[in-house]
Design a protein around this ligand. Structure first.
Ligand code: GLU
Length: 551
């Protein structure tokens, strides 16, 4: 290539700006305080949001927001083959469902916010061309008109010569073509790609520091990689360099499958005269199967799709907290010490992430979720449970919202104390949890292991004294008062000292009442349940139970 300036003009006649001008005029440094990180989550709109993507998104967003920086959502739609209609909305909505909020970038299928956009790669062609022209002018990029057949031949030749296949060094056919030939090819309208003129050598080394893995040393890049495809759209490598530069990204968080191409990226930043961002390569979420680990698979594992968590009814905060336990091993300690804090207050740190893939553990997710739900107020439970039911179980939603005050009181039972119950693991469980509060769902789900005759006596004795308006002490006092005549001990200790003298103790008496009213052996506070259900319902259920015992 004899005249790079002429070549650049020939290839990019419409590009008038230089990267420097562009950066100064349109994408100036961001006014941020020291230590603030600018991060981005950069998914491709493939129509599927993987839980690993949410994990990545969360890490990026946390790093930005815990340092007082900026989180960007960039849409990488340069691969039109993988793109799916509505794919952007799916990502935006999917992340929003989990409370992951970005300061800049895609907001919907075609909406964006922020001053460093556009944030969708297909709308950024002019910027890639500015940077590519600059490289051509510096003699660091050139057009390559090779056809697929020619590249195939090249590969075969390299295989027969036993050299590493690829478009590099002396095998880079268009690297040093005279400009006349390039002009002729252009004039003939031949399709071409733009390639980097890599100064790297086989065996050369490159080192970089990864925020999670520490120092990584690899072979440097020596391939004349494609920068722009024949349609002028950039490859991932070039788009990464241009976009993260113009968006002033300081910390790249991405999947570890990109480590292999980091030498290309570092070389590109260097040749463009740019400062590379810091990198953090995160490991994929793994699944244990038959004693060995494998990546969570979109095909095999329902829990790979984020829709799974929404449909099952895991609260967004529970999924986030679970992902934080995977992300930073000190999260759980922090949670124990900061019971009332929102997870967003946790100081997430990249250098506390593990370099080996975390295992997806459903049991752990469930225990985190039960814990998260147990900390919610009755109002919050009401809001989230009805929102879930509205989407996934409309009939049940109608029951829950028929009398909101009633439903909120139901959720308030045994909530808010030092040791809240953890019966609800996900919103799906609410129906089972609350069934007996609704006549439509009430059923005898269990049976008491006690003679029918004895149970009958208990109910018969209790019915005339029952008053759902009693306070708790009065209510319990009445249970105790029934005991002697029925042959039960009002005092559990006394019973335990001489069990042979009694049919049971006061707890067994109330167990009969509990069974009649709720159809279950275990429930939250029975007094509160009865107070909420009210006199009519309780009487009706006691009578029906009695009828059942008689029948
Ligand atoms: N679009 C790329 C992907 O989905 C993004 C990688 C990156 O974050 O740089 O893998």
């Amino acid at each position: 290539m004899t005249d790079p300036i002429r070549l650049a003009q020939l290839l990019f006649p419409n590009v008038t700006q230089t990267p420097g001008q562009l950066m100064e005029q349109s994408f100036p440094p961001r006014p941020l305080k020291e230590g603030a990180q600018v991060t981005r989550f950069a998914p491709s709109p493939t129509g599927f949001l993987h839980i690993g993507g949410v994990f990545s998104a969360m890490v990026s967003e946390r790093v930005a927001h815990t340092t007082g920086g900026v989180a960007i959502l960039r849409i990488e739609d340069t691969d039109k083959k993988r793109e799916v209609e509505g794919g952007v909305s799916l990502i935006v909505q999917g992340l929003r469902d989990f409370g992951i909020v970005f300061d800049e970038g895609a907001q919907g299928e075609h909406e964006e916010i922020g001053a460093y956009g556009p944030y969708t790669q297909s709308r950024r062609a002019e910027y890639y061309h500015v940077f590519c022209k600059d490289l051509v002018e510096k003699g660091l990029a050139y057009p390559c008109f090779c056809t697929a057949d020619e590249l195939d031949e090249l590969r075969k030749k390299q295989e027969s010569e036993n050299v590493t296949p690829g478009y590099w060094g002396e095998y880079a056919l268009w690297r040093d073509k005279p400009i006349e030939e390039v002009e002729a090819a252009l004039a003939a309208g031949k399709p071409y790609v733009m390639r980097l003129r890599s100064p790297g050598k086989p065996g050369g080394r490159v080192k970089f520091k990864d925020a999670i893995r520490g120092e990584i040393e690899m072979e440097e890049n020596y391939v004349d990689v494609v920068l722009l495809k024949s349609d002028g759209i950039p490859t991932y490598h070039f788009a990464h360099v241009v976009d993260d530069t113009l968006m002033r990204v300081t910390q790249v968080v991405r999947g570890d499958e990109w480590i292999a191409s980091a030498p290309i990226h570092l070389q590109l930043f260097w040749l463009c005269g740019l400062k590379a961002p810091k990198y953090a390569h995160i490991s994929p979420i793994m699944k244990e199967e038959d004693g060995s680990k494998r990546k969570l698979s979109k095909r095999k594992d329902p829990e790979a799709a984020v829709s799974y968590f929404t449909e099952e009814g895991y609260p967004a905060d529970a999924v986030m907290e679970y992902l934080l336990t995977i992300g930073n091993s000190n999260f759980e300690d922090w949670r124990r010490q900061n019971k009332d804090a929102r997870y967003t207050e946790f100081p997430f740190k990249l250098n506390k992430m593990s370099a080996s893939g975390a295992l997806f553990d459903l049991n752990k997710l469930q225990s985190v979720s039960a814990e998260v739900i147990s900390r919610l107020t009755a109002e919050e439970v009401y809001a989230q449970a009805t929102a879930w039911a509205g989407r996934f179980d409309p009939d049940f939603c109608a029951l829950l919202t028929r009398d909101p005050a009633f439903t909120k009181r139901l959720f308030a039972i045994d909530r808010g104390g030092k040791k809240p119950r953890k019966d609800i693991v996900r919103w799906q469980d609410v129906k089972a949890y609350a069934a007996y509060f609704f006549d439509e769902l009430f059923a005898m789900e269990e049976q008491l292991d006690m003679e029918c005759e004895v149970q009958k006596q208990v109910i018969e004795a209790y019915l005339p004294v029952m008053d759902c308006g009693d306070d708790k002490d009065t209510w319990f006092g009445k249970m105790k008062e029934l005991c002697p005549a029925l042959g039960f001990s009002p005092d559990v200790k006394a019973y335990k000292a001489n069990p042979e003298q009694f049919k049971g103790h006061v707890g067994d008496v109330s167990a009969v009442v509990r069974m009649a009213i709720t159809g279950r052996k275990n429930t939250p506070d029975l007094h509160a349940i009865m107070a909420l259900l009210g006199q009519d319902t309780c009487r009706r259920r006691l009578q029906a139970y009695l009828a059942g015992l008689n029948g």
